[in-house]
Design a protein around this ligand. Structure first.
Ligand SMILES: Nc1ncnc2c1ncn2[C@@H]1O[C@H](COP(=O)(O)OP(=O)(O)OP(=O)(O)O)[C@@H](O)[C@H]1O
Length: 677
């Protein structure tokens, strides 16, 4: 296969600006670019990487890190655009991917665990093992975490935070007991005890981790690096690269900083990092208000240079003028840029959706004068798509329904289509199974059935199976292997879905008994109880979505408060949508939407509407962007004082993605502007 000739970044298409030249010309051993959105951080890092490649010789390698996988994709795309290809001597990785490589290079066996259902099963085993331990040596302060099955999402969030922030290290430095530390830091003591127990089981007595879930490779590498002195270089990282570059520096957490510090110390050439501290949206990263830059500088070599860039190359004067007062920032734009900012108000969600439909039509039909824009901004693919950035996935339900009925081929990024989300699919599955024989004429798609089963397992606590686990194995500090091999992994729900698809009576039996085994006794939870409802509940699908028993499933589930609210909010959206519509009609329309979408995908019809989460649009840019449902308490969402900046930053990220036109759709009753947010 022949590759197209590589283009150089300093071709006629890209002339580095004065600010970018400063970065290219800097000879500092370490450099941080602190810049606003769209000022060319990613572009400049790519330019710098190409420049450095020339200096490291044919054997040299350069490492380009991003915090997120989306960041890695954005870097790859930029190299393709600038250079025509990703140079072979470049490695573009997340910190987690780098850590995995280093562990493997050391000869550590790295078994990855990616299946969320299996993960849940193991966490519940750890909880059971902790219960056994506490039966021997009681601890009333840990009772809360033992009373019920642990809220898995709360545990996962706590685990991620504890590992990113290196809480164990902080706790050691604190000196007191774990209980004292939790009290001082306002942490959940019960969850922390469970995490410690889970970790002991995961890594074993002789510290040989039996599996690595997401984040565990960085956590392990950090642990090993912490055994070294502050200034001591690290052998496995020694001289691996001719230079290290880092995009999305604003999302760095303590763990990632430890790895970065050692990389820089271990003779890996110059370091160049770039970040926009308004774009920090991850829990666990440094606080924007906590002197993040100073903290980072403390880990980098003396003489680290800091360069600031304000001139955005993404959009022009109109969008800059809208953003500056709203976020209290100082964007400047390049002289020749042209763009458009339109501020719309809405009274109801339906009104907001209607305005988006009109916008979409305008864009698909060629948007006025902008269609004549022949500058290099007119990139193909994204040319006629409207990109809608949403803070909350439940806000996509109405939009998907409306656009789906218009026959629009839409795509979702950072969230699944609403009917494939387990909380929604579970309720659709219940409704469909209840519908009995008439449901056979309108089978749900296999994808919806599989998601419904995932929902049953997750919200109905159907897979705890505590009696399937050998307590003696747990007592030895190990997970029960037998449970693993027959564990209810994702593939089990796929197989089940194939069996249940199109067979409503069988689906009913599975919901009531939790298994297809004819001899199994019926269950008594809300899902099973729903199967005893009379046919009258199907007369109005809207009423079914707001039925007390259906709400009860989520009220009762062992889930995080934030997830519970999101599930209940989804039910409310569905109830409004389906109000007065018989269940059979609702399911029929929905199935038609789903099958049409599959057919359009198979026919490779272009996507003309993209619904994106804030996380999914980070680091990317599009010609046309709409940010709807902007409303105090919704987007930005409600947050404690300490977390409010993350909500503000999410709106900032959403509103800085457009190159040609940005539409802000803001609630008339609860506006956010004029700001600052
Ligand atoms: N020297 C330049 N000349 C012309 N266009 C440029 C130049 N530098 C960057 N751009 C363009 O500006 C836009 C923004 O660049 P880039 O995505 O690198 O910014 P960023 O700061 O990384 O953005 P974000 O903050 O969203 O991550 C891109 O379309 C890029 O092609």
């Amino acid at each position: 296969m022949t590759h197209p000739p590589a283009r150089s970044w300093n071709s006629q298409w890209f002339v580095p600006t004065g600010e970018q030249q400063q970065v290219l010309q800097s000879s500092a051993p370490a450099l941080i670019i602190s810049a606003l959105a769209g000022t060319g951080k990613t572009t400049t890092l790519c330019m710098k990487a190409c420049q450095l490649l020339a200096g490291v010789g044919p054997q040299g390698r350069i490492l380009v890190l991003a915090y997120s996988r989306a960041g890695v994709t954005a870097l790859r795309d930029r190299f393709l655009k600038l250079h025509g290809a990703v140079p072979a001597s470049l490695e573009i990785l997340t910190i987690e991917q780098l850590s995995e490589q280093v562990l493997k290079a050391q000869g550590d066996p790295v078994v990855k665990l990616d299946d969320p259902v299996q993960r849940r099963f193991l966490i519940l085993q750890a909880q059971q093992a902790l219960r056994q331990e506490l039966a021997r040596s009681p601890d009333p302060d840990a009772d809360a975490v033992l009373a019920h099955d642990v809220d898995i999402d709360a545990f996962l969030a706590f685990e991620a935070l504890a590992k990113k922030r290196q809480l164990d290290k902080q706790c050691e430095d604190h000196g007191g007991t774990l209980r004292d530390f939790c009290e001082a830091q306002d942490l959940d003591y019960g969850l922390y005890r469970l995490l410690r127990h889970y970790e002991r089981m995961r890594v074993g007595m002789d510290h040989e981790p039996r599996f690595y879930a997401e984040g565990d490779c960085s956590f392990e590498l950090c642990r090993q690096l912490d055994l070294l002195g502050w200034d001591e270089p690290c052998e496995p990282l020694m001289g691996r690269y001719g230079a290290v570059l880092f995009d999305e520096l604003h999302d760095l957490d303590e763990g990632a900083l430890t790895i970065l510090r050692k990389l820089v110390q271990s003779h890996n050439g110059v370091f160049v990092g770039a970040g926009d501290f308004n774009q920090h949206i991850h829990e666990g990263a440094f606080s924007v208000f906590g002197g993040a830059l100073q903290h980072m500088l403390g880990s980098l070599p003396a003489g680290t240079e800091v360069l600031r860039i304000h001139t955005t190359r993404r959009f022009g004067a109109e969008i800059c003028a809208a953003l500056n007062p709203l976020f209290g920032v100082e964007f400047a734009c390049a002289a020749q840029s042209s763009d458009s900012f339109v501020h719309l108000g809405y009274d109801t969600d339906a009104h907001c959706a209607q305005q988006l439909v009109e916008l979409h039509t305008q864009i698909v039909q060629g948007w006025g004068g902008l269609r004549a824009d022949t500058s290099d901004k007119a990139d193909k693919g994204a040319h006629s798509a409207l990109n809608v950035v949403l803070r909350n996935p439940q806000d996509s339900i109405l939009l998907e329904w409306v656009f789906g009925h218009e026959g629009v081929h839409y795509g979702c990024q950072g969230m699944g289509a609403f009917y494939l989300r387990r909380e929604v699919a579970l309720v659709l599955g219940l409704m469909w199974a209840l519908d009995g024989d008439s449901a056979a004429e309108r089978p749900l798609t296999p994808g919806i059935v599989a998601a419904a089963i995932q929902g049953l397992l997750h919200y109905g606590r159907r897979n705890a199976r505590p009696d399937a686990v050998d307590p003696d194995v747990l007592a030895q500090g190990q997970f029960d292997d037998a449970g693993w091999s027959v564990g209810p992994g994702a593939s089990e729900s796929q197989q089940l879905a194939a069996t249940l698809h199109g067979n409503a009576p069988l689906m009913q039996r599975y919901i009531v008994h939790g298994t297809l085994d004819r001899n199994a006794p019926p269950l008594a939870d809300a899902c099973a109880q729903a199967m005893a409802l009379g046919p009258e509940v199907l007369a109005d699908a809207g009423a079914f979505f707001s039925h007390a028993l259906v709400r009860h499933i989520f009220d009762d589930a062992a889930i995080h408060g934030v997830e519970r609210q999101a599930c209940l909010a989804s039910l409310e959206q569905l109830a409004r949508l389906a109000q007065g519509m018989p269940a059979s009609e609702f399911l029929g329309r929905l199935t038609l939407m789903a099958t049409t979408s599959i057919a359009m995908y198979q026919a490779k019809e272009p996507v003309t509407l993209r619904l994106l989460s804030v996380e999914a649009c980070k680091g990317r840019e599009f010609m046309f962007v709409a940010v709807p449902f902007v409303e105090r308490g919704r987007f930005p969402g409600p947050a404690s004082h300490a977390e409010a900046y993350r909500e503000r930053n999410m709106l900032y990220v959403a509103m800085t993605r457009a190159r040609t036109a940005l539409w802000l759709l803001e609630s008339a009753a609860r506006p956010v502007s004029p700001g600052p947010v």
